[in-house]
Design a protein around this ligand. Structure first.
Ligand SMILES: Nc1ncnc2c1ncn2[C@@H]1O[C@H](COP(=O)(O)OP(=O)(O)OP(=O)(O)O)[C@@H](O)[C@H]1O
Ligand SMILES: [Mg+2]
Length: 313
């Protein structure tokens, strides 16, 4: 087996909690959760059926890298990466807000801007800007964390009691601090951190960073060289390639949910390239014995017993 598509087990130490588009979450105990970063990929908000070898290891490795690099700015949920695809984290009381922060006018905000909107989640955008233009300073456009992630203003966040004014102030300040930190760091590696999303939680009353951090799934990355050549055509390094292929290969007007082998291979290459650009080291994760490796690492951490079942495909 060379991919992990899910993690299912009858281990008494691992209770299923949640399945997202890409990650599975399991409860270890009331203070601890296991995040399984699978090789699943989604595009156009659809689940693609073919997994991407090493995507999970890339995402988990990048998140771990950033949590480590930024812990002097804000503490985070990481306890330990027990396997390239598995992260053990502290269970926090999640704050039901997605802290979206943007350095450039692109994506959904650009579409709204083109249609005449100038205010996004309470943030005002200048007149006369063009597609993919850099903002004078990054803006925060929070959304709720529910089915449709709708925009919400800071005022509403506090008024509806999602968090106190004091915690909101901290979230805002930390968001800008880590976004600037990440942007500067990546600029030196030739990558533009276009926008990203953070999630925060409370642990013993203290604000911490949870979920994932500066991964390709939670962020938009452009190659600086692409942007400098032509700002309006800069594309996301990881997924734009998959999206274009899907659009060019529609079946009966629908995008295909099974990727061709060469598309899978190229996508793996792109994720591994991002990993190397971000962390400065090559991703050294052999995929051949992935199932056995995960089994051994779960056992080593005391989360799986000899006779427990483990299903990854
Ligand atoms: N340390 C933590 N403590 C508590 N909750 C956490 C922690 N880390 C992450 N979470 C929560 O776990 C959930 C992870 O879900 P996940 O991102 O896998 O799927 P999703 O958000 O439901 O959907 P999508 O796949 O579209 O992101 C999120 O709701 C996140 O807030
Ligand atoms: Mg999520």
């Amino acid at each position: 087996m060379s991919c992990i598509k899910k993690l299912e087990t009858n281990s008494s130490k691992l209770e299923f909690l949640h399945r997202g588009k890409v990650r599975d979450s399991l409860q270890v105990d009331e203070n601890t959760r296991l995040i399984v970063v699978t090789d699943r990929i989604s595009a156009f908000n659809k689940k693609i059926k073919t997994p991407i070898p090493n995507k999970g290891a890339v995402l988990n490795g990048i998140a771990n890298f950033w949590f480590e690099q930024s812990k002097h700015i804000i503490p985070n949920h990481v306890i330990e990466m027990i396997d390239p695809n598995l992260m053990l984290v502290k269970e926090a009381e999640p704050i039901r807000v997605e802290m979206v922060v943007r350095g450039y006018l692109t994506g959904s905000i650009w579409r709204g801007y083109e249609a005449g909107e100038r205010e996004f989640s309470g943030a005002l955008i200048l007149e006369g800007m063009s597609k993919n233009q850099k903002f004078p300073t990054p803006i925060i456009t929070p959304t709720t964390k529910d089915e449709d992630d709708s925009p919400i203003t800071p005022e509403e966040i506090v008024k509806t009691g999602l968090v106190s004014a004091e915690i909101w102030e901290q979230m805002q300040a930390k968001t800008l601090e880590i976004f600037n930190f990440g942007s500067e760091y990546l600029a030196e590696k030739g990558i533009i951190l276009v926008d990203t999303k953070y999630e925060f939680g409370l642990l013993d009353g203290q604000l911490i960073l949870i979920d994932e951090m500066h991964t390709p799934d939670s962020s938009r990355f452009w190659r600086k060289s692409d942007y400098e050549k032509n700002p309006t055509t800069a594309e996301q390094i990881d997924k734009e390639f998959v999206r274009q292929w899907m659009l060019a290969n529609k079946i009966d007007g629908e995008v295909p949910l099974i990727l061709a082998p060469e598309v899978i291979e190229e996508t793996t290459n792109r994720y591994e390239e991002i990993y190397e650009m971000v962390t400065g080291s090559k991703l050294d994760v052999p995929v051949a014995d992935l199932g056995e490796r995960i089994r051994q690492n779960l056992k080593k951490s005391g989360l799986l017993a000899e006779n427990d079942s483990l299903e990854l495909a």
